[in-house]
Write a protein that binds this ligand. Structure first.
Ligand code: GLU
Length: 493
């Protein structure tokens, strides 16, 4: 298997869209699978789009997802620097070499003039191609010889039919009509994406150029550049867009897709997000859905990356997360999982000891989907819930019972549970008592247990009753049952 040298080349623009981060996952998996290298390169040459702090966010997000890079910021490497803004001389050197060969030129045309060309071509209904307006060779020659920063450098295109292979999209071809004199070096002396990435991929010995499918239409221009520069052509791997939940459009912020930072803040685990995104547009041909990072590396292959867009599904992220919570608790235990939950407990849990919170977590984790649900799901373990008799009287199992019956059922429950001394207040004894309560009351489990459950939690769901009672403790449990009984009695007056 060829060792793949792949890269993730984000622009530090602040917001990390989940579609963008998927463009890091596949290159990472391919590099690891083949024993190659995964490079991180920061494409920060577009000063207008630059957002301060954005690079840190990228590094932090990749680390959080476990996508550690072999070369790049912080770790270094033999092909650095890994910030394009620090490689300006290199791009200029290549651009000057192209000028020397007659394959590029310094272009003095002011942007207003270019706008005019565009406008008049539009009016004539012909496609705007700058090469049709290229200044005459005699005009260009002098300028190109004495080039200084401040004048853009353009490629002298060589339009002809071009065909190439894309590892995901298959065999492709395009005619000369899409090839143009693209800008290589801008007015500010920095390169365009179109030029810089080609130089960097070559210098960094990248074998697989993996990126979003939006660059496909520019590939003929890139092929012309590889040719003019005498660079070998890397493998192209175009990754299809992630589609919005409905319709046939690319997923955008407006479709409810959050940034990676927001999913993290919601309590989506990195394992789950990595798993979800990797499987969004790739599968190994089996029904398997849950993959650890190591399993993904093992199973990954480029030929199973789909060539059509996969649909984004927020519910599925929660599903993956729930699965991962259960998997991690099963594998590592509650003690090891607990630190991941620390920031998600509510204010009301603040003064409770870790040991108590671990017990709560231990009985609720299997219902948890995202960690930010923890607060609402567990509030009643820390503060007495507000008594809401409507929930009791309107409950589908309790509707048939009168308030007198409900109050005496609670009375009976208190008197039976009270018999358990503090030191025996555990799940097993509690279950035995609940069973005998069923017999004594002659009620159905759904009736008796719904009543006790509601009186303890006033929550739509709670874990098994004996476990809830055990964790809440004897004193709190009995106090809550008594309080609800009194509330029902006073409601009757
Ligand atoms: N800097 C480009 C972007 O953020 C990356 C394109 C590429 O991977 O080559 O969209």
């Amino acid at each position: 298997m060829q060792k793949a040298i792949s890269r993730f080349a984000p622009s530090p623009t602040g917001y990390i869209h989940i579609g963008n981060i998927r463009s890091a996952i596949y290159p990472y998996l391919l590099a690891k699978k083949t024993g190659g290298k995964f490079i991180l390169r920061i494409e920060d040459t577009d000063q207008a789009r630059f957002v301060s702090g954005a690079t840190d966010l990228i590094l932090e997000t990749l680390k959080w997802l476990g996508l550690d890079w072999d070369e790049g910021p912080e770790v270094g490497g033999e092909h650095g620097p890994y910030f394009q803004s620090q490689r300006k001389e290199l791009y200029q050197k290549y651009a000057l070499a192209l000028m020397k060969k007659g394959r590029a030129y310094a272009d003095p045309t002011p942007s207003e003039k270019i706008d005019e060309y565009r406008k008049s071509d539009n009016e004539k209904k012909i496609p705007f191609l700058y090469r049709n307006h290229r200044p005459s060779d005699s005009e260009l020659e002098k300028l190109s010889k004495n080039w200084t920063e401040g004048t853009p450098i353009r490629f002298r295109s060589d339009p002809k039919p071009r065909s190439w292979h894309d590892e995901v999209m298959g065999d492709l071809s395009a005619g000369p009509e899409v090839q143009d004199d693209i800008i290589l070096i801008k007015k500010d002396g920095l390169p365009t994406y179109n030029f810089a990435h080609i130089i960097d991929d070559f210098e960094m010995k990248v074998t697989h150029v993996m990126r979003g499918v939006e660059y496909l239409s520019s590939t003929p221009n890139y092929l012309a550049l590889y040719e003019a520069l005498d660079f070998p052509i890397p493998k192209f791997v175009s990754l299809p867009h992630i589609l919005a939940p409905t319709g046939n459009k690319k997923l955008g912020k407006r479709d409810g897709a959050k940034s990676v930072t927001e999913y993290r803040a919601d309590g989506v685990l990195p394992e789950a997000l990595l798993n979800y995104l990797a499987c969004l547009g790739w599968n190994d041909g089996t029904e398997k859905e849950i993959y650890s990072k190591a399993e993904l590396i093992d199973a990954f292959s480029l030929d199973r990356v789909q060539n059509s867009g996969a649909r984004f599904d927020e519910v599925k992220i929660s599903w993956y997360n729930g699965q991962w919570i259960r998997k991690l608790v099963a594998e590592e235990g509650i003690d090891a999982f607990y630190p991941r939950t620390l920031e998600f407990w509510g204010e009301e849990a603040k003064n409770f000891p870790d040991e108590y919170k671990k017990k709560v977590l231990g009985i609720i984790f299997d219902r948890l989907k995202v960690l930010s649900d923890l607060r609402e799901m567990t509030a009643y373990f820390f503060v007495a819930p507000a008594i809401n008799l409507d929930l009791v009287l309107g409950n589908k199992f309790l509707k048939k019972l009168s308030e007198t019956e409900l109050a005496s059922l609670l009375e009976l429950s208190v008197s039976e549970l009270e018999k358990i001394p503090e030191e025996n207040w555990n799940a097993e004894t509690l279950q035995n008592t609940l069973n005998s309560l069923l017999e004594k009351s002659g009620k159905k489990p759904a009736e008796l247990f719904s009543l006790i459950r509601l009186a303890l939690s006033f929550a739509p769901f709670s874990p098994a009753l004996n476990l809830t009672l055990e964790v809440l403790g004897r004193e709190t449990s009995l106090a809550r049952l008594r309080a609800v009984k009194i509330a029902i009695l006073s409601d009757q007056q």
